[in-house]
Ligand binder design. Structure first.
Ligand SMILES: *[C@@H]1O[C@H](CO)[C@@H](O)[C@H](O)[C@H]1NC(C)=O
Ligand SMILES: *[C@@H]1O[C@H](CO)[C@@H](O)[C@H](O)[C@H]1NC(C)=O
Length: 538
């Protein structure tokens, strides 16, 4: 039995809770204030749409010098607030940019749901959501200390830092492949603040499943990002329309699930929102991918992009819910394209389609690394996403590789025109191999400032293929490895090489700036194809 006195206390507490913390929207001065009734109360400026306060469980997380917003703030905007179908909806129409931003709150959910409607290029040339949080309250950035700037000084551009212990830091080192980046966040005592990109949140971004972009930077503020579009190693034009839905969620520390239901957006009059009922799918089998490599399927046209990972055993796949249209389809082994197709998606239906590897599989005399579109198995490849090539923890550059003795870890993952020297490959040929025509094949994943392979064997020099299409962005020094992925081949006439030992020298053609900013390219794999094997697996 509960005593009447205790019952009175409980009722009183409940009434107090109701008065203190009820879901809803209030207007106070120059702000709208939204109480989620789940511990999170946030304020939005009526003049700029900036988020100016983020109170969670009684603690203020919003930084004081700069606010939370798109890019560095949209400036003067038309900001409206309403309660619609049980949700609070804030609409921010920027006056001087082609963008409308939505902030949505749902009862009893410590989450700011968002979507960004874009009708043209925004100035400056990138589109990101950026929460500027109090560093003391959320000290820990994404991927540990890779973008912890404490005590470090910029040494390349304005964004790449070196610390007194010789380690390097850059916000680009916090990035993950979009195909995996569905939840990232920053944490502190009793708190985690997370960006969640559920379902098809990336459908209007650019660069495909392997694009990576900034997630956090820990300076005076803790900066938490979701990049929708940027010029960081950009390989595609921007897409317009609705970006998202995406969300920023507050927890007491635990990383949330990416399975976030945003279907209620269909009831909120969000410009550009395409509900599930107006979408379609493709399904079938993706086959011919060599075991031990991740198969990836990617659909894209100039309006949208999607991806999925087919079953690695059966190849069976079902696409995400896509907007109707005709798409180019690519199948990858890892990140290396091995088949292309087109498919038309119709609203409310599924298109059945199989795709299989179209990759030739000629015999090879030897191969270094794997043609998988990634340099991770090569020297320094295990570190390159998270630090600068001159970081104190990096191994040396250049190197000597002996076929039959060396492992892939002895061949550098990048070659620079003015740093680290060349790589050499020493290999033996039988009399029959030396007497046959062979093909030297070099796979790259990214080129900087016109960098491309320069190859030499004894007195033979491979023809210079010329500078590849320029990506106007720093690459390997900011932890990026994915560009257009050029693959180069050279026919080597019979009798050019000799029986016994031969040495191939590979370096970077091109010029560029000094040291690691000289022309460079990232190595995917190198192989010598010849009619007389061994025929090694991929
Ligand atoms: C996108 O593709 C459609 C259909 O092929 C075409 O009509 C349109 O001009 C393209 N838009 C851009 C911006 O390339
Ligand atoms: C697609 O592949 C599956 C599995 O290999 C096969 O059973 C099916 O007949 C194929 N469908 C078509 C249309 O080729």
């Amino acid at each position: 039995m509960i005593s009447p006195k205790l019952l009175g206390l409980i009722i009183g507490w409940c009434l107090w809770r109701t008065a203190e913390a009820a879901f809803g929207l209030t207007s106070k001065g120059n702000s709208f204030s939204i109480d989620t009734n789940a511990g999170l109360v946030f304020d939005v400026s009526k003049s700029t749409g900036d988020i100016t306060s983020l109170m969670y469980n009684g603690v203020q997380y919003q930084g004081t010098s700069k606010m939370t917003h798109l890019n560095s703030g949209l400036g003067t905007s038309k900001v409206t607030a309403e309660t619609i179908n049980g949700h609070v909806k804030i609409t921010i129409v920027a006056s001087s940019q082609p963008v409308t931003q939505y902030y949505i709150a749902k009862p009893n959910d410590a989450t700011i749901y968002m979507a960004t409607y874009l009708t043209g290029e925004i100035n400056p040339g990138e589109l990101r959501f950026l929460a500027r949080l109090r560093r003391s309250a959320v000290p820990n950035g994404w991927h540990g200390d890779v973008a912890n700037l404490d005590g470090c000084t910029a040494f390349e551009g304005k964004d790449t830092f070196k610390c007194p212990n010789g380690q390097t830091r850059c916000k680009m080192y916090t990035s993950d492949r979009f195909i995996e980046d569905q939840v990232h966040g920053v944490t502190g005592k009793n708190v985690g603040i997370w960006m969640i990109m559920p379902g098809v949140a990336y459908e209007t971004s650019s660069g495909g499943p392997f694009m990576r972009d900034i997630n956090s930077q820990s300076g005076d503020d803790q900066e938490l990002y979701w990049y929708m579009n940027s010029g960081h190693v950009r390989t595609e034009p921007w897409r317009f329309g609705l970006h998202g839905p995406y969300a920023m969620q507050f927890t007491t520390g635990a990383k949330p699930s990416p399975e976030l239901d945003t279907s209620f957006f269909s009831t909120l009059s969000i410009q550009g929102y395409v509900p599930a009922s107006k979408r379609g799918t493709a399904s079938g089998f993706a086959t011919g991918v060599v075991p031990n490599f991740q198969p990836v399927l990617h659909w894209y046209n100039n309006a949208s992009q999607y991806w999925t990972v087919p079953s690695s055993t059966t190849g069976s796949y079902t696409s995400p819910l896509m907007k109707p249209g005709t798409y180019t389809v690519k199948l990858y082994r890892g990140e290396f394209p091995i088949a292309t197709d087109t498919v038309t998606i119709t609203a409310g239906s599924n298109t059945v389609r199989n795709i299989t590897s179209a990759e030739p599989n000629p015999p090879v005399v030897w191969r270094i690394g794997a043609f998988d579109g990634q340099p991770f198995e090569l020297k320094n490849g295990d570190k390159i996403e998270r630090m600068h090539p001159e970081d104190v923890r990096m191994g040396t550059w250049g190197g000597s590789y002996t076929v039959g003795k060396s492992s892939a870890k002895e061949f550098p993952m990048a070659l620079f025109a003015k740093e680290g020297g060349a790589a050499t490959v020493t290999f033996d040929l039988t009399k029959e191999q030396a007497a046959a025509e062979t093909t030297l094949r070099v796979g790259t994943t990214l080129s900087f400032k016109g960098g491309r392979p320069a190859v030499k064997i004894g007195g033979w020099t491979g023809r210079d293929p010329g500078a590849p299409k320029l990506i106007d962005s720093r690459g390997v020094t900011r932890g990026a490895y994915r560009g257009y992925g050029e693959v180069y081949t050279w026919k080597i006439a019979a009798g050019t090489m000799k029986e016994g030992s031969n040495t191939l020298t590979i370096s970077s053609a091109g010029s560029g700036d000094a040291r690691f900013l000289s022309a460079n390219w990232i190595v995917d794999a190198v192989e010598l194809q010849g009619p007389i094997g061994p025929h090694s697996p991929k």
